[in-house]
Design a protein around this ligand. Structure first.
Ligand code: LR7
Ligand code: MN
Length: 457
């Protein structure tokens, strides 16, 4: 942004160590990251670069890498994990070896742009409890083309605990009085690119060392920062490119799903209080995964007197996909046919389905919220025409076509705008529910029940 180019930052900004962890990274992308840090960071602010090799199996990442970085004009250290540990424990090792006042983490396939560092360090200098991310620009993994990322999206997450970008809400634009060069307060970070005061990183409990390989640590540190008194921002005057790759160049020992579910369970158990049920109910099977001992992380939350997750949802992420108040969470069953609403793994703008109830969560989980929307993750049941169809659209929180009135006595789901009732499937398509004039038939009666939670919870 033009107005970023003329901003002036204090001279005496803190120094930073740049920590880059990698496993089987390509030579070109790793060195592109290192050189861009050296070329585009003011020398007096750059303490060192620490490369943490997470037990890579490529020869050029051994002695050849060490010999290469010795010749660079900034201290670059290569330290190695004894065995494959995953990015979380590798970053912990890098952080423990660092000497700068700030630690900046980068993925091993990034390109820092001119002026990337000063705006990040300036925020930390102003408040050491502020954790900052640059805008993450997109480097194509097909062409290596560099494309600017948007300053109009920020970090969130869905019921499956996947990190997602969502539009910056109006309230955050208003808070910044429309000045897009001011940092955006973001509910979550993507995970790979951020700067944090080194002592503050210690104080708030670094990372959960019980997490393996990849995943979950980004939401874990995001929740922890907010719930324990910090601030998380995207600094829109700082840009760093990242190669978004379609496939990983590495394995997930023990299985991708197992690992990610374990990490996510650890974060859900420690930080999400009763709202963890949204994750458990939509991800069948996750509750069978052993997540190890979390007592030290629970102890940390206690020691730091961190706020409850409901506080986070109310104050940091009111536009979250997880409703703060809701009447039901689970299947929605038709009284006459005994079938359940089912999103049929369909996507946005498609019709919601109806199918035999399976009691396994997943596609049959809906929440009837206090705002009277029927939602499954970030999609809401929406009707825009008389007599249907019922589609799934991004929830807009504006009531309108997404407002449903449930009558707990008549058991009807009235679509307020059309004044019609949700009904069983139509004759021409047995797999989609219909919307018709309310007539008191049993086919217009619905049971909004909570799916019974598995015993292991
Ligand atoms: O076992 C491993 N050991 C490692 O050292 C696995 C990975 N790694 C390294 C890897 O070489 C890389 O440098 O860890 C770094 C991150 O791994 P990626 O690049 O495969 O992850 P990603 O970019 O697909 O995933 C994002 O989410 C991760 C969740 O654990 C991490 O937080 C990543 O840092 C994060 N990347 C970003 O935030 C960049 C922007 C992506 C977005 C949105
Ligand atoms: Mn990456």
């Amino acid at each position: 942004m033009e107005r970023c180019k003329t901003k002036v930052y204090p001279d005496n900004l803190p120094t930073t160590s740049v920590v880059i962890v990698f496993h089987n990274e390509a030579w070109s992308t790793l060195l592109r990251t290192v050189h861009s840090v050296i070329n585009r960071s003011p020398r007096q602010m750059l303490e060192e670069i620490i490369l943490v090799d997470d037990a890579s199996e490529r020869d050029f990442l051994k002695r050849p890498l060490e010999n290469y970085v010795k010749k660079l004009k900034v201290p670059v250290y290569v330290i190695r994990m004894e065995q494959r540990s995953g990015l979380i424990r590798a970053r912990l090792k890098g952080a423990a070896a660092s000497k700068g006042q700030v630690i900046t983490f980068l993925d091993a396939h990034c390109e820092c742009t001119v002026g990337w560092l000063e705006p990040l360090l300036a925020r930390i200098k102003a408040d050491r409890r502020t954790v900052v991310c640059p805008i993450i620009d997109v480097i194509s993994d097909d062409t290596f083309e560099y494309m600017a990322g948007s300053d109009m999206t920020y970090g969130g997450f869905n019921w499956k605990l996947n990190f997602r970008w969502y539009p910056v809400p109006q309230r955050e634009m208003d808070r910044r009085k429309g000045d897009r060069t001011l940092p955006v307060r973001t509910p979550t970070m993507a995970g790979g690119l951020f700067s944090i005061d080194r002592n503050y990183f210690q104080e708030i409990g670094t990372y959960d060392a019980g997490m393996d390989i990849w995943g979950g640590e980004n939401l874990e540190i995001s929740f922890r920062i907010w719930q324990c008194g910090g601030t998380l921002e995207i600094v829109t005057c700082s840009h760093v490119g990242h190669v978004f790759r379609k496939a990983t160049p590495y394995t997930f020992p023990g299985g991708t799903g197992q690992i990610i579910n374990k990490n996510n369970r650890r974060l859900a158990e420690v930080w999400m209080d009763e709202f963890k049920n949204f994750f458990y109910i939509i991800s069948p099977g996750v509750t069978k995964v052993d997540y190890g001992d979390i007592s030290s992380r629970a102890g940390l939350r206690q020691k730091l007197q961190c706020k409850p997750f409901s506080w986070y949802l109310e104050n940091v992420y009111p536009d979250s996909q997880i409703p703060r108040h809701y009447f039901s969470l689970g299947e929605i069953r038709n009284v006459e046919t005994n079938q359940c609403l089912d999103n049929m793994a369909r996507k946005e703008n498609e019709k919601v389905g109806i199918f035999n109830c399976h009691g396994m969560g997943g596609n049959q989980v809906f929440s009837y919220t206090a705002n009277k929307e029927i939602r499954t993750d970030d999609l809401c049941l929406d009707v825009s025409k008389l007599n249907g169809p019922v589609t799934m659209l991004k929830c807009h929180h504006l009531k309108g076509n997404q407002l449903w009135e449930y009558d707990p006595v008549k058991l009807t789901l009235l679509h307020v705008n059309s004044n019609q009732c949700l009904d069983k499937a139509t004759e021409d398509d047995s797999q989609v529910p219909s919307i018709r004039d309310c007539n008191g038939n049993r086919s217009q009666q619905w049971l909004l029940r909570n799916v019974t939670l598995p015993e292991t919870l």
